[in-house]
Design a protein around this ligand. Structure first.
Ligand SMILES: [Zn+2]
Ligand SMILES: [Zn+2]
Length: 105
């Protein structure tokens, strides 16, 4: 029943081609060549480009912490790890010097 509706419809980009799907974003009919699957939906190239542009700032926000305190906490953990590593290194160095002093004496 759906195919009959599409048979009458022509592609919005290439009118000589029969439309196979309707874009849920712009509501226009498109041929198989002009429509692509995006997140389980069939979307036209124009709308896909538009969606990709809209998704880009969200993607950027996903990588960087949105909450400032989370960034501070992450930095705090990093400082703590570095401090811990440095403290361990400082503990190790005097012991080496001590061992060395035994050998020289
Ligand atoms: Zn569209
Ligand atoms: Zn087309």
């Amino acid at each position: 029943m759906m195919s009959e509706e599409f048979r009458q419809q022509r592609c919005a980009i290439y009118p000589d081609r029969v439309a196979v799907a309707r874009c849920p974003e712009c509501g226009l009919y498109f041929s198989r060549e002009c429509i692509t699957e995006h997140e389980g939906r069939l979307i036209c190239a124009t709308c896909l480009e538009k969606l990709a542009k809209e998704e880009r700032p969200e993607g950027r926000g996903f990588h960087l912490p949105l909450v400032p305190w989370l960034e501070i906490a992450a930095a705090g953990i990093m400082v703590w790890v570095l401090y811990y590593a440095l403290a361990r290194l400082l503990i190790m160095i005097p012991s080496e010097f001590h061992e060395g002093s035994i050998w020289t004496n």
